[in-house]
Design a protein around this ligand. Structure first.
Ligand SMILES: *[C@@H]1O[C@H](CO)[C@@H](O)[C@H](O)[C@H]1NC(C)=O
Ligand SMILES: *[C@@H]1O[C@H](CO)[C@@H](O)[C@H](O)[C@H]1NC(C)=O
Length: 465
């Protein structure tokens, strides 16, 4: 009798230790079709440990005012992913100051973002789920010249990290474009100031029905803290860029979700007809109507979202075509953007078009194109883009995604970071770049996906962007 009780207790213990929460909350009548329509899952990679970074010369003697942090994968996918810290000052431009390794490899380092106080950076791993590695990597930048890796974590319901926005309380909002297995729906992840994941939005019933009812693949993310709005834009179902699911074709979305900031509830779904992947969305700084620009990568167009205007059917949020970027922008797979903080100029990277487009948007009724759409800018595969805090330069990284044999997205790239001069009228002059392929030959080259800029020129008003 005594031993039987013990045995039962032991069994109960094992059972509860093995019990995992369901990946998608079960809602009768809603989630059953999801299970039968689920795409075939990508093939998991052997979780080989990363190889240590080879020895590399760095220049620890300089302390530049402008610093560029690049979240980078090793070219061979076998050495550790790393954060590369470079000088962006004029006199020491392109000097490598520091390399910070993380304990992952082949994770496809994706976007990078700073906290408001500049003490922490977070970088996402796009393909973490393939080797079941963590999805978000945190760096301590209290010493801006020697970032330290602090910790990493992963979410329960979602994966495939994309856009990052710092919260005033010290944490982050991060779009996770896919579910835990890379299908739809993804989630809007929220962390606390210690960078623990505290929510995977949405969590209320109506909004959950919204994301289960229509593809939810949030990539773009913009927050209007004053008007208390969030916009996320739906790009592609991530599993469908990977084999074997890609056999069915890449599943692109035409939608954005408008959220109420305080409740983190989805207010409405905004559609860009035939947008075929809305990669990015950004509120225009200072716009009285809280208008935002969204990029539709199929037609190669910039659309303007008015979150407070209403459609004929009474739903909140309208979308109108603002500017067609022309033939070079069509079917680009990726068009990412940034807008100057005075709301005057907007810049767009056409990844497959090998081109950076510039628009003067100071008069939204008379948008002017500032680049020559026909010009060969001498760059390959531009993607991530940031206006420097002093608005004198654009930082563009020439690498998007290369899944290799395991997927269908392998965009050409020259693996450079372009430091492009912004002229008085907002137009661009291509000047300097950092060549990651030649700097990191000791690990098969390097793939810098994204960057953060610190500008410490004014010690009383440092900028972290
Ligand atoms: C570090 O950078 C400075 C400024 O560019 C240069 O003078 C110096 O030679 C560099 N040191 C090393 C070890 O590369
Ligand atoms: C590149 O930038 C440097 C530093 O601002 C400047 O001195 C130089 O004239 C620029 N070169 C070109 C070709 O624009």
């Amino acid at each position: 009798m005594y031993s039987q009780v013990l045995f039962c207790a032991a069994l109960a213990g094992t059972a509860s230790a093995l019990s995992l929460p369901p990946l998608i909350p079960s809602i009768p009548g809603v989630t059953e079709p999801l299970a039968s329509n689920a795409p075939p899952l990508p093939i998991l990679q052997v979780p080989t440990p990363p190889l240590d970074s080879p020895r590399h010369d760095i220049n620890t003697s300089i302390k530049p005012k402008k610093i560029g942090y690049f979240w980078t994968g090793a070219g061979d996918n076998q050495h550790k992913d790393f954060l590369a810290t470079y000088s962006l000052d004029d006199d020491t431009f392109g000097e490598l100051i520091y390399i910070t390794d993380v304990p992952s490899s082949g994770n496809s380092p994706h976007h990078l973002g700073p906290t408001l106080d500049g003490k922490t950076l977070v970088g996402g791993g796009l393909l973490s789920l393939l080797k079941t590695q963590d999805t978000a990597y945190y760096f301590d930048t209290s010493d801006p010249y020697a970032p330290k890796f602090v910790k990493s974590n992963r979410a329960l319901l979602s994966s495939i990290t994309d856009e990052i926005r710092a919260k005033p309380d010290g944490g982050f909002f991060i779009t996770y474009m896919g579910s835990a297995v890379g299908s739809s729906p993804g989630r809007l992840v929220e962390t606390d100031a210690d960078f623990n994941i505290i929510h995977e939005w949405p969590e209320d019933v109506d909004s959950t029905l919204n994301i289960l009812g229509e593809q939810f693949s949030p990539h773009g993310l913009s927050v209007d803290w004053g008007k208390k709005l969030i916009l996320t834009s739906d790009f592609v179902v991530p599993a469908t860029i990977l084999k074997p699911a890609s056999a069915l074709g890449i599943q692109r979305a035409n939608t954005l979700r408008l959220w109420e900031l305080d409740s983190r509830k989805i207010t409405s779904t905004i559609t860009i007809p035939d947008g075929q992947g809305i990669q990015d969305v950004k509120f225009i700084p200072g716009n009285k109507e809280s208008a935002a620009l969204a990029t539709a990568v199929g037609p190669g167009q910039v659309w303007i979202i008015y979150p407070f205007r209403k459609n004929q059917d009474g739903t909140q949020g309208t979308a109108e075509l603002l500017y067609d970027l022309g033939p070079r922008a069509r079917d680009n797979l990726a068009i990412y953007s940034d807008i100057t903080d005075d709301g005057k100029f907007a810049y767009f990277t056409l990844t497959l078009g090998n081109h950076v487009a510039a628009l003067d948007i100071s008069d939204l009724n008379n948008v002017k194109r500032l680049d020559d759409p026909e010009e060969d800018q001498g760059i390959v595969g531009p993607h991530y883009i940031k206006v420097s805090p002093d608005k004198k330069n654009l930082l563009v990284t020439d690498y998007f995604v290369q899944t290799g044999d395991i997927g269908v997205v392998n965009t050409p790239a020259d693996f450079k970071a372009q430091w492009i001069d912004i002229l008085e009228d907002g137009s661009l002059s291509f000047n300097r770049s950092i060549d990651f392929a030649s700097e990191f030959t000791n690990r098969g080259g390097a793939k810098p996906h994204s960057a953060v800029i610190f500008d410490l020129t004014d010690p009383k008003d440092p900028k972290f962007y």
